[in-house]
Design a protein around this ligand. Structure first.
Ligand SMILES: Cc1ncc(COP(=O)(O)O)c(C=O)c1O
Length: 460
Protein backbone atom coordinates (compact mmCIF):
# COMPACT_ATOMS: atom_id res chain seq x y z
CA UNK A 1 0.00 0.00 0.00
CA UNK A 2 1.11 3.57 -0.67
CA UNK A 3 2.77 4.77 2.53
CA UNK A 4 0.72 7.93 2.91
CA UNK A 5 -2.50 5.98 2.25
CA UNK A 6 -1.51 3.69 5.11
CA UNK A 7 -1.11 6.69 7.44
CA UNK A 8 -4.46 8.05 6.25
CA UNK A 9 -6.28 4.83 7.10
CA UNK A 10 -5.08 4.96 10.69
CA UNK A 11 -7.30 7.96 11.55
CA UNK A 12 -11.06 8.55 11.60
CA UNK A 13 -12.00 10.04 8.20
CA UNK A 14 -13.41 13.54 7.92
CA UNK A 15 -11.92 15.02 11.12
CA UNK A 16 -12.68 17.37 12.63
CA UNK A 17 -16.40 16.77 13.02
CA UNK A 18 -18.14 18.98 15.57
CA UNK A 19 -21.77 17.94 16.04
CA UNK A 20 -22.31 19.81 19.27
CA UNK A 21 -20.02 22.36 20.91
CA UNK A 22 -18.07 20.45 23.58
CA UNK A 23 -18.87 19.50 26.22
CA UNK A 24 -21.96 17.90 24.69
CA UNK A 25 -24.74 16.50 26.91
CA UNK A 26 -23.24 13.03 27.43
CA UNK A 27 -19.83 14.52 28.19
CA UNK A 28 -21.41 16.96 30.65
CA UNK A 29 -22.97 14.14 32.58
CA UNK A 30 -19.67 12.24 32.88
CA UNK A 31 -17.74 15.41 33.71
CA UNK A 32 -20.26 16.21 36.44
CA UNK A 33 -19.74 12.78 37.98
CA UNK A 34 -15.99 13.26 37.78
CA UNK A 35 -16.22 16.65 39.48
CA UNK A 36 -18.35 15.19 42.27
CA UNK A 37 -16.27 12.07 42.89
CA UNK A 38 -12.69 12.50 41.76
CA UNK A 39 -10.04 14.74 43.20
CA UNK A 40 -10.15 18.49 42.75
CA UNK A 41 -6.67 18.19 41.26
CA UNK A 42 -8.01 16.81 37.94
CA UNK A 43 -6.82 19.22 35.24
CA UNK A 44 -6.89 18.23 31.57
CA UNK A 45 -10.64 17.78 31.47
CA UNK A 46 -10.99 21.40 32.58
CA UNK A 47 -8.90 22.66 29.66
CA UNK A 48 -10.62 20.39 27.13
CA UNK A 49 -13.98 19.52 28.67
CA UNK A 50 -15.33 16.29 27.20
CA UNK A 51 -15.42 12.56 27.82
CA UNK A 52 -13.53 10.43 25.32
CA UNK A 53 -15.16 7.47 23.57
CA UNK A 54 -12.45 6.19 21.23
CA UNK A 55 -9.20 7.05 19.54
CA UNK A 56 -7.83 6.16 16.14
CA UNK A 57 -4.56 7.37 14.71
CA UNK A 58 -4.36 11.13 15.04
CA UNK A 59 -8.04 11.50 15.87
CA UNK A 60 -10.19 11.15 18.99
CA UNK A 61 -13.95 10.90 19.27
CA UNK A 62 -15.88 12.08 22.31
CA UNK A 63 -19.02 10.46 23.69
CA UNK A 64 -21.18 13.04 21.88
CA UNK A 65 -19.81 12.05 18.48
CA UNK A 66 -17.41 14.97 18.01
CA UNK A 67 -14.20 13.96 16.28
CA UNK A 68 -11.03 15.92 17.03
CA UNK A 69 -7.68 16.27 15.36
CA UNK A 70 -5.41 15.29 18.20
CA UNK A 71 -2.44 17.66 18.55
CA UNK A 72 -2.15 16.60 22.19
CA UNK A 73 -1.53 12.86 21.82
CA UNK A 74 -1.93 12.16 25.54
CA UNK A 75 0.83 14.70 26.31
CA UNK A 76 3.12 13.25 23.69
CA UNK A 77 2.50 9.58 24.41
CA UNK A 78 0.77 8.42 21.24
CA UNK A 79 3.61 8.54 18.71
CA UNK A 80 2.10 5.78 16.56
CA UNK A 81 -1.40 7.10 17.18
CA UNK A 82 -4.39 5.73 19.01
CA UNK A 83 -5.24 2.08 18.48
CA UNK A 84 -2.44 1.33 16.06
CA UNK A 85 -3.48 -2.05 14.54
CA UNK A 86 -0.08 -3.80 14.75
CA UNK A 87 0.46 -2.57 18.29
CA UNK A 88 -3.03 -3.62 19.33
CA UNK A 89 -2.46 -7.08 17.91
CA UNK A 90 0.83 -7.47 19.81
CA UNK A 91 -0.85 -6.23 23.00
CA UNK A 92 -3.81 -8.60 22.67
CA UNK A 93 -1.49 -11.54 22.10
CA UNK A 94 0.59 -10.63 25.12
CA UNK A 95 -2.42 -10.22 27.42
CA UNK A 96 -3.32 -13.85 26.79
CA UNK A 97 0.20 -15.05 27.64
CA UNK A 98 1.59 -13.29 30.70
CA UNK A 99 1.26 -9.71 31.90
CA UNK A 100 3.54 -9.31 34.91
CA UNK A 101 6.88 -10.75 35.97
CA UNK A 102 8.80 -8.01 37.88
CA UNK A 103 12.29 -8.36 36.36
CA UNK A 104 12.25 -12.08 35.66
CA UNK A 105 12.93 -12.17 31.92
CA UNK A 106 10.48 -13.16 29.23
CA UNK A 107 10.90 -13.28 25.48
CA UNK A 108 8.80 -10.14 25.24
CA UNK A 109 11.00 -8.25 27.68
CA UNK A 110 14.04 -9.39 25.74
CA UNK A 111 12.45 -8.12 22.52
CA UNK A 112 12.02 -4.68 24.13
CA UNK A 113 15.65 -4.60 25.30
CA UNK A 114 16.86 -5.64 21.84
CA UNK A 115 14.63 -3.00 20.24
CA UNK A 116 15.95 -0.26 22.50
CA UNK A 117 19.55 -1.30 21.93
CA UNK A 118 18.93 -1.20 18.18
CA UNK A 119 17.81 2.45 18.27
CA UNK A 120 20.09 3.82 21.02
CA UNK A 121 23.71 4.84 20.49
CA UNK A 122 25.88 1.77 21.08
CA UNK A 123 27.56 3.48 24.07
CA UNK A 124 24.25 3.35 25.98
CA UNK A 125 24.32 -0.39 26.21
CA UNK A 126 22.64 -0.95 29.58
CA UNK A 127 18.88 -0.76 30.00
CA UNK A 128 16.98 -0.52 33.26
CA UNK A 129 13.22 -0.51 33.69
CA UNK A 130 12.68 1.27 36.96
CA UNK A 131 8.93 1.89 37.17
CA UNK A 132 5.94 2.73 35.06
CA UNK A 133 6.16 6.53 34.72
CA UNK A 134 8.54 9.08 33.34
CA UNK A 135 9.07 10.40 36.85
CA UNK A 136 10.28 6.93 37.86
CA UNK A 137 12.87 6.99 35.08
CA UNK A 138 14.11 10.37 36.29
CA UNK A 139 14.34 9.10 39.88
CA UNK A 140 16.37 6.10 38.71
CA UNK A 141 18.67 8.21 36.55
CA UNK A 142 19.44 10.42 39.55
CA UNK A 143 20.02 7.44 41.81
CA UNK A 144 22.40 5.90 39.30
CA UNK A 145 24.30 9.16 38.91
CA UNK A 146 24.58 9.70 42.66
CA UNK A 147 25.56 6.12 43.38
CA UNK A 148 28.30 6.16 40.78
CA UNK A 149 29.78 9.53 41.63
CA UNK A 150 29.07 9.43 45.36
CA UNK A 151 28.09 13.07 44.91
CA UNK A 152 24.63 14.38 45.57
CA UNK A 153 24.13 17.69 43.80
CA UNK A 154 22.27 17.99 40.53
CA UNK A 155 22.27 20.91 38.12
CA UNK A 156 19.05 21.41 36.21
CA UNK A 157 17.62 24.20 34.08
CA UNK A 158 15.05 26.92 34.49
CA UNK A 159 11.85 25.86 32.78
CA UNK A 160 12.58 22.16 33.32
CA UNK A 161 9.85 19.59 33.75
CA UNK A 162 11.03 16.21 34.97
CA UNK A 163 8.00 14.87 36.82
CA UNK A 164 5.93 14.92 39.96
CA UNK A 165 7.62 12.49 42.39
CA UNK A 166 10.15 13.45 45.09
CA UNK A 167 13.40 14.21 43.26
CA UNK A 168 11.73 14.60 39.86
CA UNK A 169 9.46 17.28 41.33
CA UNK A 170 12.45 18.96 42.93
CA UNK A 171 13.92 19.19 39.41
CA UNK A 172 10.72 20.70 38.03
CA UNK A 173 10.59 24.47 38.08
CA UNK A 174 6.91 25.39 37.74
CA UNK A 175 6.02 26.97 41.07
CA UNK A 176 2.39 25.93 40.70
CA UNK A 177 3.56 22.35 41.25
CA UNK A 178 6.07 23.17 44.00
CA UNK A 179 4.46 25.81 46.15
CA UNK A 180 2.94 24.86 49.47
CA UNK A 181 4.80 21.58 49.76
CA UNK A 182 7.67 22.72 51.96
CA UNK A 183 11.30 21.89 51.21
CA UNK A 184 11.81 19.46 48.35
CA UNK A 185 14.83 17.20 47.76
CA UNK A 186 17.94 19.27 48.55
CA UNK A 187 21.06 19.71 46.42
CA UNK A 188 19.40 20.89 43.22
CA UNK A 189 20.54 24.08 41.51
CA UNK A 190 18.85 25.66 38.53
CA UNK A 191 20.67 27.63 35.87
CA UNK A 192 19.28 29.47 32.82
CA UNK A 193 18.25 27.47 29.76
CA UNK A 194 19.09 28.94 26.34
CA UNK A 195 15.62 30.35 25.80
CA UNK A 196 16.32 32.66 22.90
CA UNK A 197 12.91 34.35 22.71
CA UNK A 198 13.26 35.44 26.35
CA UNK A 199 17.02 35.72 26.24
CA UNK A 200 18.20 35.45 29.88
CA UNK A 201 21.60 36.99 29.08
CA UNK A 202 20.72 40.09 27.08
CA UNK A 203 23.29 39.06 24.46
CA UNK A 204 22.73 38.76 20.70
CA UNK A 205 20.35 35.85 20.12
CA UNK A 206 22.90 33.70 18.31
CA UNK A 207 25.08 33.73 21.44
CA UNK A 208 22.45 32.48 23.89
CA UNK A 209 23.55 28.83 23.69
CA UNK A 210 27.16 29.74 24.32
CA UNK A 211 26.26 32.06 27.16
CA UNK A 212 24.22 29.33 28.86
CA UNK A 213 27.07 26.86 28.43
CA UNK A 214 29.57 29.44 29.74
CA UNK A 215 27.36 29.89 32.79
CA UNK A 216 27.52 26.17 33.50
CA UNK A 217 31.25 26.12 32.95
CA UNK A 218 31.83 29.08 35.21
CA UNK A 219 29.96 27.61 38.17
CA UNK A 220 31.77 24.32 37.80
CA UNK A 221 35.16 26.00 37.57
CA UNK A 222 34.77 28.76 40.13
CA UNK A 223 35.44 27.35 43.59
CA UNK A 224 33.51 30.33 44.99
CA UNK A 225 30.41 29.77 42.86
CA UNK A 226 28.63 28.23 45.83
CA UNK A 227 27.98 25.02 43.91
CA UNK A 228 29.75 21.89 45.06
CA UNK A 229 30.67 19.58 42.23
CA UNK A 230 27.43 17.85 41.30
CA UNK A 231 26.73 14.25 40.38
CA UNK A 232 25.01 15.21 37.16
CA UNK A 233 23.59 17.82 34.88
CA UNK A 234 20.09 16.92 33.73
CA UNK A 235 18.31 18.56 30.83
CA UNK A 236 15.52 17.98 28.36
CA UNK A 237 17.10 17.76 24.92
CA UNK A 238 14.14 19.94 23.89
CA UNK A 239 12.25 21.55 26.77
CA UNK A 240 8.68 20.31 26.51
CA UNK A 241 6.38 21.56 29.25
CA UNK A 242 8.66 24.59 29.54
CA UNK A 243 7.24 25.73 26.21
CA UNK A 244 8.91 23.77 23.39
CA UNK A 245 12.29 25.44 23.77
CA UNK A 246 14.81 24.10 21.33
CA UNK A 247 18.44 24.55 22.33
CA UNK A 248 21.07 24.86 19.61
CA UNK A 249 23.13 21.77 18.81
CA UNK A 250 26.13 23.81 19.91
CA UNK A 251 24.68 24.28 23.40
CA UNK A 252 24.19 20.53 23.82
CA UNK A 253 27.67 19.87 22.45
CA UNK A 254 29.18 22.31 24.92
CA UNK A 255 27.27 20.83 27.86
CA UNK A 256 28.63 17.46 26.79
CA UNK A 257 32.19 18.81 26.62
CA UNK A 258 31.94 20.65 29.94
CA UNK A 259 30.40 17.74 31.83
CA UNK A 260 32.98 15.35 30.43
CA UNK A 261 35.82 17.68 31.34
CA UNK A 262 34.57 17.96 34.94
CA UNK A 263 33.66 14.32 35.46
CA UNK A 264 29.99 15.23 35.88
CA UNK A 265 27.41 12.92 34.33
CA UNK A 266 25.07 14.24 31.64
CA UNK A 267 21.49 13.01 31.76
CA UNK A 268 19.27 13.71 28.77
CA UNK A 269 15.59 13.50 29.60
CA UNK A 270 14.03 12.19 26.40
CA UNK A 271 10.70 11.29 27.95
CA UNK A 272 8.82 13.76 25.76
CA UNK A 273 11.23 14.61 22.93
CA UNK A 274 12.50 11.07 22.40
CA UNK A 275 11.37 8.16 20.24
CA UNK A 276 10.98 10.01 16.98
CA UNK A 277 9.11 13.14 17.92
CA UNK A 278 11.74 15.69 16.90
CA UNK A 279 12.64 13.99 13.63
CA UNK A 280 15.38 11.81 15.10
CA UNK A 281 14.90 8.79 17.32
CA UNK A 282 16.43 10.84 20.17
CA UNK A 283 16.58 14.61 20.25
CA UNK A 284 20.20 14.68 21.47
CA UNK A 285 21.13 13.15 18.11
CA UNK A 286 20.56 16.54 16.49
CA UNK A 287 23.73 17.62 18.28
CA UNK A 288 25.68 14.46 17.51
CA UNK A 289 26.37 13.82 21.19
CA UNK A 290 25.95 10.82 23.45
CA UNK A 291 24.95 11.56 27.06
CA UNK A 292 25.78 9.24 29.94
CA UNK A 293 22.20 8.43 30.91
CA UNK A 294 18.96 8.78 28.92
CA UNK A 295 15.45 8.66 30.31
CA UNK A 296 12.52 7.35 28.25
CA UNK A 297 8.81 6.87 28.83
CA UNK A 298 5.61 8.23 27.17
CA UNK A 299 5.86 6.70 23.63
CA UNK A 300 7.82 3.77 25.04
CA UNK A 301 4.60 1.92 25.92
CA UNK A 302 3.40 1.98 22.30
CA UNK A 303 -0.17 3.12 22.76
CA UNK A 304 -0.17 4.44 26.29
CA UNK A 305 0.78 1.42 28.35
CA UNK A 306 2.78 2.62 31.34
CA UNK A 307 6.48 1.89 31.16
CA UNK A 308 9.72 3.79 31.52
CA UNK A 309 13.38 3.04 31.14
CA UNK A 310 16.83 4.48 31.44
CA UNK A 311 19.74 3.60 29.20
CA UNK A 312 23.28 4.19 30.36
CA UNK A 313 26.93 3.54 29.73
CA UNK A 314 28.50 0.23 30.68
CA UNK A 315 30.91 1.81 33.17
CA UNK A 316 27.99 3.10 35.24
CA UNK A 317 26.66 -0.42 35.70
CA UNK A 318 27.99 -0.70 39.22
CA UNK A 319 24.96 -0.98 41.43
CA UNK A 320 24.50 -4.33 43.16
CA UNK A 321 21.46 -6.55 42.60
CA UNK A 322 18.43 -5.18 44.42
CA UNK A 323 19.95 -1.77 45.07
CA UNK A 324 16.76 -0.34 43.62
CA UNK A 325 13.61 -2.40 43.22
CA UNK A 326 9.86 -1.99 42.68
CA UNK A 327 6.76 -3.99 41.82
CA UNK A 328 5.78 -2.45 38.51
CA UNK A 329 9.01 -2.46 36.54
CA UNK A 330 8.10 -4.83 33.77
CA UNK A 331 4.71 -4.45 32.19
CA UNK A 332 4.63 -7.20 29.59
CA UNK A 333 1.84 -5.61 27.57
CA UNK A 334 3.80 -2.36 27.47
CA UNK A 335 6.91 -4.23 26.33
CA UNK A 336 4.98 -6.00 23.56
CA UNK A 337 3.25 -2.80 22.48
CA UNK A 338 6.33 -0.59 22.79
CA UNK A 339 8.75 -2.83 20.93
CA UNK A 340 6.20 -3.32 18.14
CA UNK A 341 5.60 0.43 17.92
CA UNK A 342 9.30 1.34 17.85
CA UNK A 343 10.10 -1.28 15.23
CA UNK A 344 7.13 -0.10 13.15
CA UNK A 345 8.41 3.47 13.40
CA UNK A 346 11.86 2.41 12.24
CA UNK A 347 10.49 0.28 9.39
CA UNK A 348 8.28 3.11 8.18
CA UNK A 349 10.84 5.88 8.68
CA UNK A 350 8.46 7.67 11.01
CA UNK A 351 11.06 9.98 12.61
CA UNK A 352 12.26 11.09 9.17
CA UNK A 353 8.67 11.68 8.12
CA UNK A 354 8.08 13.70 11.32
CA UNK A 355 11.08 15.87 10.39
CA UNK A 356 9.63 16.56 6.92
CA UNK A 357 6.11 17.25 8.17
CA UNK A 358 7.49 19.48 10.90
CA UNK A 359 9.36 21.59 8.35
CA UNK A 360 6.20 22.06 6.28
CA UNK A 361 4.21 22.93 9.38
CA UNK A 362 6.81 25.49 10.44
CA UNK A 363 6.54 27.31 7.11
CA UNK A 364 2.86 27.87 7.81
CA UNK A 365 3.41 28.68 11.48
CA UNK A 366 6.14 31.20 10.72
CA UNK A 367 3.77 32.95 8.28
CA UNK A 368 1.21 33.03 11.06
CA UNK A 369 3.80 34.49 13.42
CA UNK A 370 4.58 37.22 10.91
CA UNK A 371 0.96 38.23 10.37
CA UNK A 372 -0.22 37.94 13.97
CA UNK A 373 -0.06 40.61 16.64
CA UNK A 374 -0.42 38.12 19.51
CA UNK A 375 1.76 35.24 18.39
CA UNK A 376 5.19 36.23 19.64
CA UNK A 377 7.06 33.24 18.31
CA UNK A 378 6.28 29.98 16.54
CA UNK A 379 8.94 27.35 17.07
CA UNK A 380 9.25 23.67 16.40
CA UNK A 381 11.40 20.71 15.64
CA UNK A 382 9.85 17.69 13.98
CA UNK A 383 6.34 17.30 15.35
CA UNK A 384 7.03 19.16 18.60
CA UNK A 385 5.78 22.71 18.08
CA UNK A 386 4.81 25.67 20.20
CA UNK A 387 3.13 29.03 19.73
CA UNK A 388 4.20 31.60 22.31
CA UNK A 389 1.27 33.93 22.94
CA UNK A 390 1.88 37.54 23.98
CA UNK A 391 -0.17 40.62 24.72
CA UNK A 392 2.16 42.69 22.62
CA UNK A 393 4.90 41.61 20.26
CA UNK A 394 7.19 44.53 21.12
CA UNK A 395 7.12 44.13 24.89
CA UNK A 396 6.73 40.33 24.60
CA UNK A 397 4.48 40.45 27.64
CA UNK A 398 3.39 36.82 28.03
CA UNK A 399 -0.30 35.99 27.92
CA UNK A 400 -1.28 32.79 29.68
CA UNK A 401 -4.88 33.86 29.16
CA UNK A 402 -4.50 33.87 25.37
CA UNK A 403 -2.83 30.44 25.36
CA UNK A 404 -5.71 29.05 27.42
CA UNK A 405 -8.20 30.62 25.04
CA UNK A 406 -6.42 29.15 22.03
CA UNK A 407 -6.82 25.74 23.67
CA UNK A 408 -10.47 26.34 24.54
CA UNK A 409 -11.59 27.57 21.13
CA UNK A 410 -9.39 25.15 19.19
CA UNK A 411 -11.09 22.38 21.15
CA UNK A 412 -14.51 23.80 20.31
CA UNK A 413 -13.50 23.81 16.64
CA UNK A 414 -12.13 20.28 16.76
CA UNK A 415 -8.41 20.49 17.56
CA UNK A 416 -6.82 19.38 20.82
CA UNK A 417 -3.62 21.05 22.03
CA UNK A 418 -1.62 21.41 25.21
CA UNK A 419 -0.60 24.56 27.07
CA UNK A 420 2.83 25.01 28.67
CA UNK A 421 5.66 27.48 28.91
CA UNK A 422 7.67 29.36 31.53
CA UNK A 423 4.71 31.73 31.71
CA UNK A 424 2.03 29.17 30.78
CA UNK A 425 1.61 31.10 27.55
CA UNK A 426 2.64 28.56 24.93
CA UNK A 427 0.04 26.68 22.89
CA UNK A 428 1.79 23.35 22.32
CA UNK A 429 1.33 20.85 19.52
CA UNK A 430 2.42 17.23 19.89
CA UNK A 431 0.42 15.35 17.26
CA UNK A 432 0.80 11.61 16.80
CA UNK A 433 3.69 11.08 14.38
CA UNK A 434 1.33 9.14 12.11
CA UNK A 435 -0.77 12.22 11.37
CA UNK A 436 -1.35 12.89 7.68
CA UNK A 437 -0.13 16.10 6.14
CA UNK A 438 -3.73 16.99 5.38
CA UNK A 439 -4.86 16.66 9.00
CA UNK A 440 -1.80 18.48 10.25
CA UNK A 441 -2.40 21.43 7.94
CA UNK A 442 -6.13 21.43 8.66
CA UNK A 443 -5.41 21.57 12.38
CA UNK A 444 -2.95 24.40 11.93
CA UNK A 445 -5.49 26.33 9.83
CA UNK A 446 -8.00 25.94 12.65
CA UNK A 447 -5.48 27.21 15.19
CA UNK A 448 -4.63 30.12 12.88
CA UNK A 449 -8.36 30.94 12.63
CA UNK A 450 -8.72 30.92 16.41
CA UNK A 451 -5.68 33.18 16.86
CA UNK A 452 -6.99 35.58 14.21
CA UNK A 453 -10.45 35.67 15.82
CA UNK A 454 -8.90 36.30 19.24
CA UNK A 455 -6.83 39.10 17.79
CA UNK A 456 -9.86 40.63 16.10
CA UNK A 457 -11.85 40.47 19.34
CA UNK A 458 -14.33 37.99 17.86
CA UNK A 459 -13.79 35.55 20.72
CA UNK A 460 -13.97 36.51 24.37
C1 LIG B 1 10.56 15.73 29.86
C2 LIG B 1 9.69 15.01 30.85
N1 LIG B 1 10.25 14.35 31.86
C3 LIG B 1 9.52 13.69 32.77
C4 LIG B 1 8.13 13.69 32.69
C5 LIG B 1 7.34 12.96 33.73
O1 LIG B 1 6.70 11.85 33.18
P1 LIG B 1 5.43 11.22 33.93
O2 LIG B 1 4.33 12.21 33.83
O3 LIG B 1 5.14 9.97 33.17
O4 LIG B 1 5.84 10.94 35.32
C6 LIG B 1 7.51 14.37 31.66
C7 LIG B 1 6.04 14.44 31.57
O5 LIG B 1 5.45 15.23 30.89
C8 LIG B 1 8.30 15.06 30.71
O6 LIG B 1 7.74 15.76 29.72
Amino acid sequence: MDREKMFEELSIPGAPIIKTVPPGPKSQEILKYQAETESSVVSYSRGMPMAIARGKGATLEDVDGNVYIDFFAGAGVMAVGHGHPDVLKASHEQIDKVTHSLDIPTETRQRMVKTLRSVLPKELSRIFFGGPTGSDAVEQALKLAKFNTQRFGIIAFEGAYHGMTGAALALTTDSSHRDGLGPLVPGIQFIPFPYTYRNPFGCPDEQVGDQAADYLERILEDSHSGFSKPAAVILESVQGEGGTIIPSPRFLQRVREITEKHGVLMICDEIQAGLGRTGKMFAFEHAGIVPDIVTMSKALGGIGFPISAIAYREELNTWPPGKTIGTFRGNMVAFAAGSTAINWMVDNKVPERAAELGKKAMVKLKELEKSSKILGEARGIGLMMGLEMVEDKKTKKPSADLAKKVRKYAHQRGVMIEVGGHHNNVARMLPPLVITEELLMKGIDILAGVIKDLEDGKLA
